[in-house]
Design a protein around this ligand. Structure first.
Ligand code: C2E
Ligand code: CA
Ligand code: CA
Ligand code: CA
Length: 280
């Protein structure tokens, strides 16, 4: 907030200038980084809590800038969305994820029903998106059924008339649609009828407080019961402790993802991990 009085203004303006300046620099660094291919993917496995086997993995984008070092996705993804760089960047993510999936499938590392999930921003969902997904699958010879796209509630609520058709076209490719960060947005359930989802991913913030907050626990209980009634399996993200795991299992949560099982890591580590039996 703006500090009252004369000197406050000067400090505030100075800070604003500084923020705008560094944002501008990050913006051009991002543009440069896309051109210079400074991005790569990490993968985090997802556990099937019923069977105790790996069910899939999520591709998570990483940016290592030669001078700045690793820049967190929480910083560069919103910027890439604002500048629409997310469109070419997201297309590369899809292509690289499909390539990696094909490699693992050829090695026999990820037998069906293994599903690799890729995050998609609402900005990417425009003309040509379905074609680019189809092209990535085709190019690397992977079946649509082994790919999931993680969408957030904002995608579903975006005032875009074509969204229903786009999602139907994606499903026609056999691709799964997962609703990411569930519970953090508008949490309106009415659209689940209109725009069916294959999996609900409960946001990490709910899981984090699961064993300490009765309120969060009640919410997760309600979400899992509701999803169960709709016949939609639930993935809990950010599972870090055995206590959280026990409670999630009790609540009927189908899949789990988090540091307790595996951290996001480079594909060689993940591939090795997926070949081994999970510890949980
Ligand atoms: P997200 O989709 O909700 O991804 C889950 C985030 O939780 C990841 O953060 C992951 O590293 C982190 N995480 C997983 N397990 C745990 C845990 O047990 N504890 C804690 N504290 N964190 C855990 P990350 O990799 O920093 O990504 C942040 C966000 O950036 C993602 O949130 C997603 O919204 C976005 N993002 C990442 N990659 C992509 C991408 O390729 N495309 C788009 N559009 N967005 C991406
Ligand atoms: Ca995600
Ligand atoms: Ca998420
Ligand atoms: Ca999240």
């Amino acid at each position: 907030a703006k500090a009252p009085g004369g000197h406050g203004h000067a400090v505030y303006d100075e800070q604003m200038r500084h923020a705008a300046h560094s944002r501008l620099r990050l913006d051009s660094a991002l543009r440069d980084g896309v051109a210079r291919r400074q991005f790569h993917l990490h993968y985090q496995p997802v556990l099937d809590l019923r069977t105790g086997t790996w069910h899939g993995a999520e591709a998570l984008l990483r940016w290592r800038h030669p001078q700045l070092g690793p820049v967190p996705p929480g910083t560069f993804i919103p910027l890439a969305e604002e500048t629409r760089l997310i469109v070419p960047l997201g297309a590369r993510v899809l292509d690289e994820a499909a390539r990696q999936l094909a490699e693992w499938q050829a090695e026999g590392t990820v037998p069906p029903p293994f599903v690799l999930a890729v995050n998609v921003s609402s900005r990417q969902l425009r003309a040509g998106f379905v074609d680019s997904v189809a092209a990535a699958l085709d190019q690397h010879g992977v079946p649509g059924s082994s790919l999931a796209l993680e969408l957030t509630e904002s995608v579903l609520l975006a005032d875009s008339p074509g969204i229903g058709h786009t999602l139907a076209d994606l499903r026609a490719l056999g691709v799964q649609l997962h609703l990411d960060d569930f519970g953090t947005g508008y949490s309106s359930l009415s659209y689940l009828e209109r725009l069916p989802m294959d999996v609900l991913k409960i946001d990490r913030s709910f899981v984090a407080d699961l064993t300490t907050s009765t309120e969060k626990r009640a919410l997760v209980t309600a979400i899992t019961a509701m999803a169960d009634a709709l016949g939609i399996p639930v993935t809990a993200e950010g599972v870090e402790t055995p206590e959280q795991l026990a409670l999630l299992r009790e609540l009927g949560c189908r899949y789990g993802q988090g540091y307790l099982f595996a951290r996001p890591d480079d594909p060689r580590t993940t591939g090795g991990l997926l070949r081994a039996t999970p510890a949980y």
